[in-house]
Design a protein around this ligand. Sequence first.
Ligand SMILES: N[C@@H](CCC(=O)N[C@@H](CS)C(=O)NCC(=O)O)C(=O)O
Length: 234
Amino acid sequence: MEPVLFYGVPHGCSFGSIVALEWLGQPYRLCRIEMLAPKDERYLRINPKHLTPTLLMENGEALGESLAILLNIAARDLGQRLGFLQGTRAFDRLNSVLAFLHMELHGAFAPAWTAYKLPEDATKEKEMLRNLAREQVAKAYVHVEHLLSSSAWLAGDVRTVADAYLAGIARWGEDLRLFDLGKEYPRLYKHLQKLEHDKAVIFAHAIEDAKPTTSSGHFLGHVTLDDLQPRLAA
Ligand SMILES: N[C@@H](CCC(=O)N[C@@H](CS)C(=O)NCC(=O)O)C(=O)O
């Protein structure tokens, strides 16, 4: 059976993996995980940290971590140039950009996500955490601006899984009302605007928002955790 991507809502970093699967153009399915709902035992068996994304592969093995999933997707057809052959300079550059996006950009938002989950009346704690996130994310955004100053795409001259991943995480700056990207980080803003016109990005938004949409890749539909039980038990 085709691979299944478990993606998280609202606004998970798994967004990038949906975009990458659409760009790849090979058959896949999606399984929706509500991240703010209580942890689901069935998903815990697939991802013991109960984090999204996870890619359930053809052989029944579950692959966790966005970086591993994005590189797995890219390696399925190097002809699409979403990623590159390991050992090449292009691979090294992509790997370096992905590591930066994960450790420094994704990681920098952690205090703001903690603040988001705190009760309304924890005003002081929320503000402290949000200020910390703003400070950390600003440094990462400056580096994104630098990367985009010398190439059309984040990891070079072609669109790669790094651009897909960026689309899913850089948006949090505005989601969490930390930044005005258009005013503060014009190259990043322009790049995200370019991506917003991409069919795969439009599709991934519609999927997250549970709106009707058409795949420009090879999406075969959603499956539920219940549907997957026989495949997981096998
Ligand atoms: N290191 C993991 C982190 C994944 C992660 O933080 N996922 C978030 C969404 S962006 C999540 O599942 N959050 C649910 C929660 O914290 O309960 C990866 O890169 O895949």
